[in-house]
Design a protein around this ligand. Structure first.
Ligand SMILES: Nc1nc2c(ncn2[C@@H]2O[C@H](COP(=O)(O)OP(=O)(O)OP(=O)(O)O)[C@@H](O)[C@H]2O)c(=O)[nH]1
Ligand SMILES: [Mg+2]
Length: 466
């Protein structure tokens, strides 16, 4: 049997469904399927975007399954090649038999991500859009889905291509100077150049900055629950999750290690981290737990600082100050005055007043709570969802959620910073060189500049059939 080196096949659906889809793509995809498919007329005469009912026959001519086959003709398909999608019954046996028949009839198994890689190579999408396909498939929440879909639509690519255009404009001005270098003229007004470089640099830095949030939304916004022992941290974790995940007891120092659990709140994935209570301790194990609690505190996007209303006010304030001292400017801090059910209203108001000086920063808030009685939880949930939900869906801001992209942006920023710092001191040819470098790094994101190794790394992480 003649082999079509360029024609690949793979299941596109996960096992377990009522219907399974097998994808075939390549120059001879239609011919290959024709050899195992029997419909009213051969697929070779079928138009693109057409669907055909028929049978898949075993080698001995017996019926394997009745199927629906969609035909796509190059370049109007996902990959840009001739392609066929066979929708059969979702039995693992049928799927494996159809694949075996396709292989016998000249196709070969697709490597992970090969369909999308072909789409990229045929100019159907750029590299960052191809990566968005993988993110879209694995998106667990509305927020993660929105980042991926924006990237797939090309919003990020457009932003990058605008920046590249601006840099090319600067580079062109510099190249012009190089052409006339003997005459010692400056076509590129240095002030204008500086302004342009600064503008692009600010944009790149904003994108780099967005990675913290983009990455958090993709993998779950890390929320550290911290506070003294017995303030109700584990009770709060359980209440937020709606299950008894952590042990709760009135013994101070119940939680010793960190406990992490993800939870989808209204379309945003949060990763709640319950920690060991903060106190002076001589117990070695407990001290390790407390160290971990501080580590989680500094690594979190958001810190929920629990304060116990039944504790003496001075103790509460000391704890609030200690936590604030460990929080950095970029983190959000929410104080939760817990056990409000166990104290008179005046105690709560007075505690609120005591905390006021700590609440002056814009990214700090305070809520009154009874974790045990589940009072005030809804306000807290709302506060979490509003911040992260609107940030991810805001149409203006692009969130970078891919480590490869952020690294390329960082490299571009380094080259551009060199240009910015030496505009008046370095000769034009060296400045032009740095500019070209920054253009190169930006080009790697969308794949204008790429290597087989980069492609291998990116598509190797895809699932088979995508
Ligand atoms: N009255 C009242 N008691 C609460 C509330 N939240 C927690 N508690 C009680 O406080 C005690 C300690 O609760 P935990 O959730 O174990 O506290 P923790 O902060 O995790 O404590 P450690 O793990 O020891 O640091 C338990 O007896 C809880 O029932 C509340 O809102 N009101
Ligand atoms: Mg606990």
């Amino acid at each position: 049997m003649e082999h079509f080196d360029n024609t690949i096949c793979a299941p596109a659906t996960a096992p377990g469904g009522a219907i399974a889809v097998i994808r075939v793509s390549g120059l001879h995809a239609i011919r290959c399927v024709d050899r195992i498919f029997k419909g009213r007329s051969p697929l070779s005469s079928a138009r693109g975007y057409s669907m055909h009912f028929g049978s898949i026959l075993e080698t001995d001519g017996t019926l394997l399954d009745e199927v629906l086959v969609s035909v796509f003709r190059a370049p109007r398909s996902y990959t840009g090649e001739n392609a066929v999608e066979i929708a059969c019954h979702g039995s693992e046996y049928i799927v494996s038999r159809i694949l075996a028949l396709l292989l016998q009839n000249g196709a070969k198994m697709a490597a992970p991500g090969e369909f999308t890689q072909r789409a990229f190579l045929h100019g159907k999408m750029d590299l960052s859009q191809a990566e968005a396909v993988a993110d879209l498939v694995t998106a667990r929440t509305r927020a993660a889905h929105q980042i991926a879909i924006k990237q797939l639509k090309g919003d990020f690519s457009d932003e990058l291509s605008k920046m590249r255009e601006e840099l090319l404009h600067i580079a062109a001005l510099m190249e012009l100077e190089l052409d006339f270098s003997e005459e010692d003229v400056q076509f590129a007004d240095r002030t204008q150049l500086r302004e342009l470089v600064e503008k692009v640099l600010t944009h790149i830095e904003k994108l780099i900055e967005s990675f913290h949030l983009g990455n958090a939304i993709k993998n779950g916004v890390p929320v550290a629950i911290v506070g003294n022992t017995n303030v109700g941290k584990s009770t709060l974790l359980n209440a937020l999750l709606g299950e008894n995940r952590a042990i709760v007891s009135d013994i101070a120092g119940t939680t010793r290690d960190t406990i992490e659990e993800c939870c989808n709140l209204d379309g945003v994935l949060f990763r709640f981290i319950d920690t060991a209570g903060l106190r002076e301790s001589t117990d070695t194990i407990e001290r390790i737990g407390i160290e971990r609690a501080y580590d989680k505190l500094s690594a979190a996007q958001l810190v929920l600082a629990l304060l116990d209303l039944t504790a003496p006010p001075a103790e509460m304030l000391a704890s609030a100050e200690d936590i604030a001292a460990h929080v950095s400017a970029g983190q959000r801090l929410i104080y939760l005055l817990n056990k409000a059910d166990a104290v008179p209203v005046e105690t709560t108001s007075s505690a609120h007043r005591t905390l006021a000086p700590l609440l002056s920063a814009s990214n700090r808030q305070c809520f009154i709570l009874s974790a045990r009685e589940k009072v005030g939880l809804e306000d807290l949930r709302q506060a979490l969802v509003t911040t992260y939900g609107t940030l991810s869906s805001g149409s203006e801001t692009t969130l970078v959620a891919n480590i490869r992209h952020v690294e390329a942006l960082q490299n571009a920023a380094t080259s551009l910073t060199r240009v910015q710092q030496s505009l008046t001191t370095l000769p034009t040819d060296l400045l032009a060189q740095d500019l070209r470098e920054s253009l190169h790094h930006l080009g790697t994101i969308t794949g204008e500049i790429t290597t087989d190794q980069i492609l291998g790394e990116i598509f190797g992480r895809f699932c088979i059939g995508k």
